[in-house]
Design a protein around this ligand. Structure first.
Ligand code: G3H
Ligand code: 13P
Ligand code: ZN
Length: 303
């Protein structure tokens, strides 16, 4: 099917009360894994590329790989820049042919977040690219993304923000967090915040970041085969199901795919000391990544 922007995908998700999973990728194997599972599920999907992943692989390389993947996939794919920190980062992704971008101005003062977001919206909309912005602070660390503080999204501010920026979707802070260790115990999701923000901006699809469940099976395999993960805590699977049925239209997962891939690679190398062909251990990593993605689809879209 086609590479599309998120407009129609979100409209349907919002009207019918489900969410679209967004999976972070950084290379050919991860793109293939997402597209192959989306094809098996016959379900739309968002392929997310962070600025860090863009630096690693190149936006143009990823765009080309995703374009080929979309030809092998029966469902629509959105190619999305995740956590673009500046107008320039968003412009680079748009110019490379991304169909959706996130401008994450959540660490900026409010008026600056509005100004930067507005600039991205103008550039993106003129090129048929949809824009996600962020309001409120989501905790956690992943490479280039970091926040020590959390502040839940304010509904009135959200209304003012979307009215003044014309943004297509909004990432909100609701108690999820980036990374492998989200909280000292199971994070408490703020369903009241989701509801109040939705009531303030009912037409705007909402986005949950930091939604990995950090499955014990991957963490345990990594540790069993020599890896070190000191503390780990994910979002509960029940919350992923519940969030997907709320006004949240996009659920972001990155950490779970990293864990699955690393578990596969470590296991393969530990069990097969003779392996030195990267196709062997990448195949093993990809197999677990596909298993993880398939499970995430079950939680988020129920199939
Ligand atoms: O939400 C953030 C991304 O998962 C961060 O990815 O470590 O490639 O910057 P990164
Ligand atoms: P996780 O660290 O929970 O996978 O979050 C991913 C994310 O929010 C990507 O933007
Ligand atoms: Zn995120």
């Amino acid at each position: 099917m086609a590479l599309v922007n998120s407009k129609e995908m979100f409209k349907k998700a919002l009207n019918e009360g489900y969410a679209i999973p967004a999976f972070n990728v950084c290379n050919m194997e991860s793109v293939q894994a997402v597209a192959e599972v989306a094809n098996e599920k016959n379900a739309p999907v968002i392929i997310a590329v962070s600025e860090g992943a863009g630096k690693y692989a190149g936006y143009d390389y990823i765009r080309a790989i995703v374009e080929v993947a979309s030809k092998h996939c029966s469902s629509d794919i959105v190619l999305h820049l995740d956590h673009g920190k500046t107008f320039e980062a968003c412009k680079a992704a748009i110019d490379a042919g991304f169909t959706s971008v996130m401008i994450d101005g959540s660490s900026l003062p409010y008026e600056e977040n509005i100004a930067e977001t507005k600039k991205v919206v103008e550039y993106a909309h003129a090129r048929n690219v949809t824009v996600e912005a962020e309001l409120g602070k989501i905790m956690g660390t992943e490479d280039l993304i970091h926040s020590d503080t959390e502040s839940f999204t304010d509904p009135e501010e959200a209304k003012d923000f979307v009215t003044r920026t014309g943004v297509d979707s909004l990432a909100i802070s609701i108690g999820t967090a980036h990374g492998v260790n989200k909280s000292i115990s199971t994070p408490v999701i703020q369903y009241g915040v989701i509801e109040n923000v939705h009531n303030a901006i009912p037409e705007v699809p909402l986005v949950a970041h930091g939604s990995s469940t950090v499955p014990a099976k991957w963490v345990d395999l990594i540790k069993k085969y020599g890896g070190e993960i000191k503390k780990s805590q994910g979002i509960s699977e029940e919350d992923i199901v519940k969030m997907s049925k709320s006004a949240i239209c996009k659920i972001n997962m990155d950490t779970d795919l990293r864990l699955a891939h690393t578990a596969g690679v470590r296991e393969d190398l530990a069990l097969n000391p003779g392996h030195f062909d990267q196709r062997d251990f990448n195949k093993a990593g990809k197999k677990y990544v596909k298993e993880q993605i398939a499970h995430a689809f079950e939680l988020v879209v129920g199939k």
